[in-house]
Write a protein that binds this ligand. Structure first.
Ligand code: NAD
Length: 416
């Protein structure tokens, strides 16, 4: 399955490079990550040492240091991480950030471990990749299954190693997505989901649609999904169905977002919350204006896309639509706001955090959210205009913009 994800992103790069005559060398370079790092490290779990496998893929750094999250999920493998790292290179370029793309992770279910064990795993993983990362080299962040607390442990471990090995202090900008008390950025927790919602707002503005009382369905009620839902509900929209790894729930009157958030925070899943239980096929076939996949890759297959009844799919997750599902949406006239634009609010605010750490000067929540809104809106408008000019969908417009930017930098710097 994960080979398919990596092939999908490579095929998208190939297609747009050919269509727009992008320098062939760039297409070849972007088909292969610069470095693939795999580490095996022991951690004592219940009196026995267990060997964990950690990955870090550094895809491309022509635009700046590698940047991208760390995923703790049972399905993590080298192909999935490579696909996600490639998307990061393209995503950072859509937002004109001075970053390249990277991604990493461990194939574990974090819910199988106690907090103390997770801290040991995070610290040991950091030690194992210490020499490959750094504030101007490769900057990890949270992704599925990781959070601010884990970034704090990793940053602390990294800072101790830097002090011991090189007498270097203040290395907090090596990781983003940390807690506020440890140099995190106000608003980072809500940045990705809020950015997803801003894209919906901009799409509606372009289409002259009033979002009040419009409905949406949401797959994945984690960091991205929950904050996207909160913001969309603040526009007057109604979430009529929601799903996570434990199942799917329907409520025609709409879910109360605060009580749902509280329930999931306490119970770690939607299981047992009020609402009619439905299955995954029924969920995606519901009549709703907007569909927000915010869980994992390849969740919307061709068959599921055939049954979609929405006007817009906004990709909160990375790669939630298969290539064929994307084609089906296009044929059915369903607009798709692609991942590398829709969820780019996360890396954007990570960039804000990195800047603040480097300057040791911190911004208010209001300033962060204003800048997030401004940057997301202008990125959306830029891509929307390209899609009109190129007579393409927004995914192709994103790839075109990213590849052109990367081509411009390679042509000035050279390929050596
Ligand atoms: P998270 O771990 O906070 O939440 C993931 C959600 O997906 C959970 O609700 C989980 O129950 C659900 N889920 C997992 N497996 C599922 C399955 N098989 N079926 C249905 N639901 C399932 O993760 P997140 O940070 O919200 O990330 C979600 C997606 O957004 C991922 O694709 C991630 O790469 C992408 N993303 C995250 C960020 C970020 O800042 N966190 C930034 C950009 C992109």
């Amino acid at each position: 399955m994960t080979v398919k994800v990596f092939n999908m992103v490579k095929s998208q790069i190939n297609k747009i490079s050919k269509q727009h005559n992008i320098n062939k060398n760039i297409c070849n370079i972007l088909q292969n990550p610069n470095s693939v790092i795999q580490t095996n490290f022991p951690v004592k779990i219940n009196n026995e040492y267990k060997i964990f496998q950690g990955y870090r893929v550094q895809h491309n750094n022509i635009c700046g240091p590698y940047k991208g999250g760390l995923r703790f999920n049972e399905n993590v493998d080298i192909n999935e991480v490579s696909a996600l790292a490639t998307w990061m290179t393209l995503k950072c370029s859509v937002q004109d950030l001075p970053y390249g793309g990277g991604k990493g992770g461990i194939a574990i279910n974090p819910n199988d471990y106690s907090s103390n064990q997770l801290e040991d795993i995070c610290r040991a993983f950091t030690k194992s990749i210490y020499k490959y990362i750094g504030s101007n080299v490769d900057i990890p962040a949270p992704d599925v299954g990781t959070n601010a607390e884990m970034m704090n442990w990793m940053t602390d471990e990294y800072e101790k190693l830097s002090m011991a090995n090189s007498n270097l202090s203040n290395q907090t900008s090596t990781f983003t997505g940390k807690s506020i008390e440890y140099g995190g950025c106000e608003g980072r927790d809500q940045a990705t989901g809020t950015g997803v919602a801003i894209c919906v707002k901009e799409w509606a503005r372009k289409k002259e649609i009033d979002l009040k009382d419009k409905t949406f369905i949401l797959q994945g009620f984690g960091n991205v999904g929950s904050f996207a839902a909160k913001k969309m509900i603040s526009y007057g929209m109604k979430m009529i169905a929601v799903g996570d790894h434990s199942g799917y729930l329907f409520n025609q009157d709409g879910f109360d977002i605060d009580s749902l958030q509280e329930y999931v925070f306490k119970n770690k899943s939607l299981d047992g919350y009020l609402g009619k239980k439905i299955n995954k096929s029924e969920f995606f076939a519901l009549e709703a204006d907007v569909c927000v996949p915010a869980a994992l890759e390849m969740e919307i297959t061709e068959k599921i896309a055939d049954n979609l009844k929405c006007k817009l799919v906004v990709e909160g997750a990375n790669g939630p639509l298969t290539e064929n599902a994307d084609k089906v949406c296009f044929e059915k006239g369903i607009d798709v706001i692609p991942d590398i634009l829709a969820n780019s609010g996360g890396v954007l605010v990570s960039y804000f955090e990195w800047l603040q750490n480097k300057q040791d000067y911190y911004w208010s929540l209001e300033k962060v959210l204003n800048k997030l809104d401004l940057n997301m809106t202008s990125a959306f408008d830029k891509i929307y205009d390209i899609s009109l000019k190129n007579n393409s969908n927004m995914r192709d417009a994103c790839y075109y913009y990213s590849l052109k930017r990367i081509e411009g930098i390679y042509e000035k710097r050279g390929f050596h």
